[in-house]
Design a binder for this molecule. Structure first.
Ligand code: FES
Ligand code: FES
Length: 944
C-alpha cells in the first residue's frame, strides 16, 4: 500500500493528512473524524458528501485524493457552525423543518453556504437551480422547507432579519402541543454531529471487524457449492461465514397468516443455502480487518450455481409452466377478498354507466440516501447487541432469533440515527446477518452496504396488476365495483398478506359503494421482495380506482370533483369493508378544494398551448391509523432527582419525528407538572432500556404511543399527587418508598374487530386519515415529459401534534407521489442508484406544495390526534395521472408515466387509433375463486 502526505486547510486550520492516493476525499475526511460529511450514493448523484473545496461546492465521494492540491481550503459541515454556535443557515434549517432524517442536511447546508457566499440575495428559482446543479437530493422533505430555510437564512445574513426570529418561542400558555416546536435531534443533524450507522462504524474500538456480503448476482438458481478457499487467503480476512456457520434455523420468520395463505412464513434464508431467489440474496459474509479488504475478498468467493428460469414479473410467474420459486409453495400464495353487499353480476348487467380499466403500478424504490449499515457486538450482559436502521425493534428479535439460534432475551436491538426508511427498515435481514457474523467471529462487526448493493438487497413496494370495473346509476351514484388484482411480492413473503388486505381495502375507498366483489392475490417472483412502504398496499389500489373514477365521471358527463362530491363518505356510508366511520370530513375537504380547483381549471385553460398543454387532476385518499385489532404500545415515564422526567420509549425514528412526537405528547400529558420542554429527557430505541412500543409503521406511533404516554403520565402524576393536590418531589417519593417509574399501556385489543378473512369485511382500525389531492401539470408534447407545476393537498389527520413534523410528512409524501407517478422504478436491475431509480431532484418537484388541514378532533386519539405519515402517498400519483389526461387526453395505465408512454398515447390520439388497455390475464377466474370463498365462509358460519 502506498501512502502520501500533504497539508490541507480544513475548517480554518492547516492540518497534516496522510492518505492513499486512490482514496477519495470523502473517506479521508471521515477517517479524520469529520463524519458530518455523509456518503450515500458514493457516485456523485446525491450531494450528501458535499463540502466547499476552495469555495466551490464539491461532491467528494468522487474526488480522488491525487486530484486535490496541497493547502486546498476545505470547509465541511463541522466548519459551518457548532451545536453551541449555530450558523444562521443551520438555525433556519431547524426552524423551517429542513431536518427530517437529516442524512442530507450537512450536504445541503454546505451547498447553501456556497450559494450565499456567491449570491446573497437569490430568488427561490435560483436556489432551486443551485441545488439541482449540485445534485443535492432529499428524499424526506419535498424540498420546499429547504428553500424556505435558505430564503430565511439569506435574510438573516443580509441583516434584514435578526437571528432570534428563527428561534421558537414557547407560547404564554406554556403549551407546545399543536405548535412548530423544533425537533430535539435537529441540532445534531444540522451540525453533522449526529452519528449515523456508518459514522458509528468508524468510531468502533480497535479490533472490530468490517463485513462485506457476497451476492449471487443472478436472480434464480440452485446452489451447488460455495467455495471460500481463495477468499480466505486474501489480506486481512478473519473469517468467511456461510450458511453452515449459522447456529439456528437460518430462516427469518415473517408471519403471514390467514386461511388463504399457502406459505409457511419461513421462506427467507439468512444466508442462502439451497436456492437463490433474488439478485440481492447473500451467499456469504466476509469478515476482515478493513472494509476494503473485506470487499476485495468478497469478490473471490466462488459459487457453483445451476441457473433456473428467472421470473421477474408477476405475469411471467402466472404462466402455466412456471416452476415454484419456493418448492412446495404455489406461486400464488396469498389471497385477500373483498365481498360486500349484493352479488355484482346483475348490478353490472343493468347499470346505466359502466367503465373498465386495467392498470399496472411499478416496483417503487424507497430511495433513501443512507444504505443499510450497523454493527453488532457482545454486550456486558452477554447479549448480542445489534445497532441497525430498524423501524421495528422487536421484529428484529422475534423474526430473527430462531434463525440466528439465540433465545430472544439474548438479543438487544438499538436503532442508530437513521437516514430514512419509509418502510424498508421493517426487514431484519441486515441485522440478522450482523448477529450471525458477531456470533461466528466472536468479535464486534460492522456493516455498510454500497448503494447499488443496498438497492438489490432491500425490499420495494410490490408492483400490482389490476382489472377494475365500476358502475354508477343514472344520477351518478356509485352502485358497484369489481376488481381482480395481483401483487408481485418478489422473492419473499414478508408481510404479504397485510399488503394484500390493504389493496383490497382501499380499492374504491373514500366512496360509498354498496356492492363490491374483489380479490387481491399475491405471487412470488424472482425480483426484490415486497415490503412496507408509506401507505403500503393503497397506492396500488388508488392508481386504479381513482383513475376509473375519472373515467366514469367523464362517461356520465360530470365534473370529476362533483362526481366525487356526491359519492364520498357521509354519515351512513360504509367502507369497502362494510363498516361505518367516526368522522366524515371528505365533503368538507372537497368544499375547501372546490374554489381552488375551479380557478386552476380556468387558469390552465388560458395557459395551455398546443405544444405544452396544461391540466388539472384530483384524487381522494383514505388510510387507516394503527396496526389493527391487536396493536399494543408501552411507554415508561420516570421522575428524576432534578425534577425532570425521562421518557423511556421504543418509538423508532426514521426521520419522521419520533423525538418531537414523544416530546410534545409527554409535555402535554404532564401539563399539570408545569415542566419546561427541556425537562423532558428522551431515552429512545434500545430494547434493553425501554418497553415494547411496537413498530413505527402504519401511522400508528403518534396514536398508540401517545395514548400509552398519557397512561404513563397519569400513573406517574397519581403517584406524585399529595392529598392537598400538590405534587411530591423525587426526594419525597423516594423517602416514602413510592416508585418513580411507571409503564403506560394502550391496546386496541377488544376495541376493534379483525377483518373476516373469507369476505374482507370488518374493521380492525379505530381511526382513519382523509385527504383530497389536486395536481396541476404541463405536458411537453414534443418530448412527452410531464412537469408537475403545483401539488395541493387538503388533509384531515385530526388535531396536529407538531406542525413542523406533520407539514414535513405531507410535503415529503407528495414529492414521493410525483416520483411514483412519473419516474421511480426498480425493474431494471442495472438502474440501481439514485438517478437510475428515478428519485426526483428538486426541479422535478413543484415549489408550490400547498397543504391545508381540517383538524377534526378524534376522540380515541391522544389529545384528538391520530397519525399522518401514510396519507400523503395514498393517491397523489392518481391526481397527477388524471391531470395528464386532462391536459392531453392520454390515459396512463402503466406507471410510471415515462415520456415515451405519453408520446405513444399522443401518437395514438393523432392517428385516431386509441385502443382500450387490454385486460391482464391474472390467473384463475377471480369470480369463481370468490364464489368458492363465499361457500367456504357459509360453511364456516354453519359450523359455528
Ligand atoms: S454524491 Fe457523494 S455520496 Fe452521493
Ligand atoms: S431529510 Fe433529506 S434525505 Fe432525509
Amino acid at each position: 500500500m502506498t501512502i502520501s502526505k500533504m497539508f490541507l486547510n480544513i475548517n480554518g486550520a492547516v492540518r497534516m493528512v496522510v492518505y492513499e492516493p486512490d482514496d477519495n476525499l470523502a473517506n479521508v475526511l471521515r477517517q479524520m473524524g469529520l463524519t458530518g460529511t455523509k456518503v450515500g450514493c458514493d457516485a456523485g448523484q446525491c450531494g450528501a458528501c458535499s463540502i466547499l473545496l476552495d469555495g466551490k461546492v464539491t461532491r467528494v465521494c468522487t474526488r480522488k485524493m491525487k486530484s486535490i492540491k496541497e493547502f486546498s481550503k476545505i470547509i465541511t459541515i463541522e466548519g459551518i457552525g457548532t451545536p453551541t454556535n449555530l450558523h444562521p443557515i443551520q438555525m433556519a434549517w431547524i426552524a423551517y423543518g429542513g431536518v427530517q432524517c437529516g442524512f442530507c442536511s450537512p450536504g445541503f447546508i454546505v451547498s447553501t453556504k456556497g450559494l450565499l457566499d456567491t449570491n446573497s440575495n437569490p430568488t427561490r428559482q435560483e436556489v432551486r437551480r443551485w441545488f439541482q446543479r449540485h445534485r443535492n437530493i432529499c428524499r424526506c422533505t419535498g424540498y420546499k422547507p429547504l428553500v424556505d430555510a435558505v430564503m430565511a437564512a439569506a435574510q438573516v445574513m443580509r441583516g434584514e432579519m435578526i437571528i432570534d426570529e428563527l428561534v421558537f418561542k414557547i407560547p404564554e400558555s406554556g403549551r407546545i402541543y399543536n405548535t412548530y416546536y423544533p425537533r430535539p435531534a435537529a441540532v445534531a443533524k444540522v451540525t453533522g454531529t449526529s452519528d449515523f450507522g456508518a459514522d458509528m462504524n468508524l468510531k468502533m474500538p480497535a479490533g472490530a471487524l468490517q463485513l462485506a456480503l457476497v451476492h449471487p448476482k443472478v436472480s434464480h438458481a440452485k446452489i451447488l457449492s460455495i467455495d471460500t478457499s481463495e477468499a480466505e487467503k486474501m489480506p486481512g480476512v478473519f473469517k468467511i461465514i456461510t450458511h453452515k456457520d449459522v447456529k439456528g434455523k437460518n430462516r427469518i420468520f415473517s408471519p403471514v397468516t390467514g386461511p388463504y395463505n399457502k406459505c409457511n412464513s419461513w421462506d427467507r434464508p439468512i444466508l442462502n443455502d439451497v436456492k437463490v431467489h433474488m439478485y440481492g440474496d447473500t451467499l456469504a459474509i466476509v469478515a476482515a480487518d478493513t472494509r476494503k479488504n473485506a470487499l476485495a475478498a468478497a469478490e473471490k468467493v466462488k459459487a457453483e450455481l445451476e441457473l433456473l428460469p428467472e421470473y421477474m414479473d408477476a405475469l411471467d410467474v402466472l404462466a402455466d409452466d412456471a416452476v415454484e420459486i419456493h418448492p412446495g409453495t404455489p406461486n400464488i400464495y396469498v389471497e385477500a377478498p373483498c365481498i360486500k353487499g349484493e352479488e355484482t353480476e346483475s348490478i353490472f348487467a343493468s347499470a346505466p354507466y359502466i367503465v373498465e380499466g386495467s392498470f399496472y403500478t411499478q416496483r417503487q424504490p424507497h430511495g433513501v440516501l443512507e444504505p443499510e449499515c450497523g454493527m453488532a457486538y457482545m454486550d456486558e450482559e452477554g447479549r448480542v447487541t445489534v445497532h441497525c436502521k430498524t423501524l421495528a425493534l422487536q421484529a428484529v428479535i422475534f423474526w430473527a432469533a430462531a434463525g440466528v439460534g439465540l433465545p430472544p432475551e439474548k438479543i438487544r436491538v438499538v436503532e442508530n440515527p437513521t437516514g430514512a426508511s419509509f418502510g424498508s427498515a421493517l426487514t431484519p435481514q441486515a441485522a440478522a446477518l450482523m448477529i450471525v457474523a458477531a456470533m461466528a467471529t466472536g468479535k464486534p462487526v460492522c456493516l455498510e452496504l454500497q448503494y447499488d448493493e443496498h438497492t438489490h438487497f432491500t425490499g420495494k413496494r410490490a408492483p400490482s396488476y389490476s382489472n377494475v370495473k365500476l358502475a354508477a346509476d343514472k344520477d351518478g351514484k356509485l352502485i358497484g365495483l369489481e376488481f381482480d388484482a395481483v401483487l408481485d411480492h418478489g422473492a419473499y413473503s414478508e408481510k404479504a398478506e397485510l399488503v394484500a388486505t390493504k389493496t383490497s381495502r382501499y380499492m374504491g375507498a373514500g366512496y360509498h359503494i354498496p356492492n363490491i366483489l374483489g380479490l387481491t392475490k399475491v405471487v412470488f417472483t424472482n425480483h426484490s421482495f415486497g415490503t412496507a412502504f408509506r401507505a403500503f398496499g393503497s397506492p396500488q389500489a388508488y392508481a386504479a380506482s381513482e383513475q376509473v373514477m375519472d373515467m366514469l365521471a367523464e362517461k356520465i358527463g360530470m365534473d370529476p370533483l362533483e362526481f366525487r362530491y356526491i359519492n364520498v363518505y357521509r354519515p351512513g356510508s360504509t367502507t369497502p369493508n362494510g363498516t361505518e366511520l367516526s368522522v366524515h370530513p371528505l365533503p368538507q375537504l372537497l368544499d375547501m378544494l372546490r374554489p381552488k380547483y375551479k380557478q386552476t381549471l380556468e387558469r390552465t385553460k388560458q395557459e395551455s398551448t398546443p405544444e405544452k398543454p396544461r391540466g388539472v387532476g384530483i384524487a381522494v385518499g383514505v388510510y387507516n391509523v394503527c396496526g389493527g385489532e391487536n396493536d399494543t404500545s408501552n411507554i415508561d415515564l420516570e421522575l428524576n432527582a432534578d425534577g425532570s422526567v425521562t421518557s423511556w420509549n421504543g418509538w423508532e425514528d426514521q426521520g419522521q419525528g419520533a423525538d418531537v412526537g414523544a416530546l410534545v405528547l409527554t409535555h402535554e400529558a404532564l401539563k399539570p407538572l408545569g415542566l419546561d420542554p427541556k425537562q423532558i429527557i428522551l431515552n429512545m430505541n434500545d430494547t434493553a432500556l425501554a418497553p415494547t412500543a411496537g413498530p413505527a409503521a402504519g401511522s400508528r406511533s403518534h396514536f398508540m404511543n401517545g395514548n400509552a404516554t398519557i397512561d404513563a403520565a397519569n400513573k406517574l402524576m397519581n403517584a406524585m399527587r399529595k392529598p392537598d393536590g400538590t405534587y411530591r418531589t423525587h426526594a419525597e417519593m423516594v423517602a416514602e418508598g413510592i416508585p418513580t417509574r411507571y409503564t403506560g399501556t394502550y391496546t386496541t385489543i377488544g376495541l376493534t374487530s379483525a377483518l373476516n378473512p373469507f369476505t374482507g369485511q370488518g374493521d380492525p382500525n379505530l381511526e382513519y386519515m382523509y385527504g383530497v389531492f389536486m395536481a396541476e401539470v404541463e405536458v411537453d408534447t414534443k418530448t412527452g415529459k410531464t412537469k408537475v407545476l403545483k401539488s395541493t393537498m387538503h388533509a384531515d389527520v385530526g388535531v396536529i401534534g407538531n406542525k413542523l413534523a406533520v407539514d414535513g410528512q405531507m410535503y415529503g409524501g407528495l414529492a414521493q407521489g410525483v416520483g411514483l407517478a412519473l419516474s421511480e422504478d426498480y425493474q431494471d436491475l442495472k438502474k440501481s442508484n439514485i438517478i437510475g431509480l428515478g428519485i426526483p431532484a428538486i426541479e422535478d418537484i413543484p415549489d408550490e406544495l400547498d397543504v391545508e388541514y381540517l383538524e377534526t378532533y378524534r376522540a380515541p386519539g391522544p389529545f384528538g390526534s391520530i397519525g399522518c405519515g401514510e396519507l400523503p402517498l395514498t393517491s397523489p400519483h392518481a391526481a397527477i395521472l388524471n391531470a395528464i389526461y386532462n391536459a392531453c387526453g392520454v390515459r396512463i395505465h402503466e406507471l410510471p408515466a415515462y415520456p415515451e408512454k405519453v408520446i405513444a398515447g399522443l401518437k395514438a390520439i393523432e392517428s385516431g387509433k386509441v385502443t382500450e388497455q387490454a385486460k391482464y390475464d391474472l390467473g384463475p377466474d377471480f369470480r369463481e375463486r370468490l364464489a368458492e370463498m363465499k361457500l367456504k365462509y357459509i360453511a364456516s358460519t354453519q359450523k359455528t
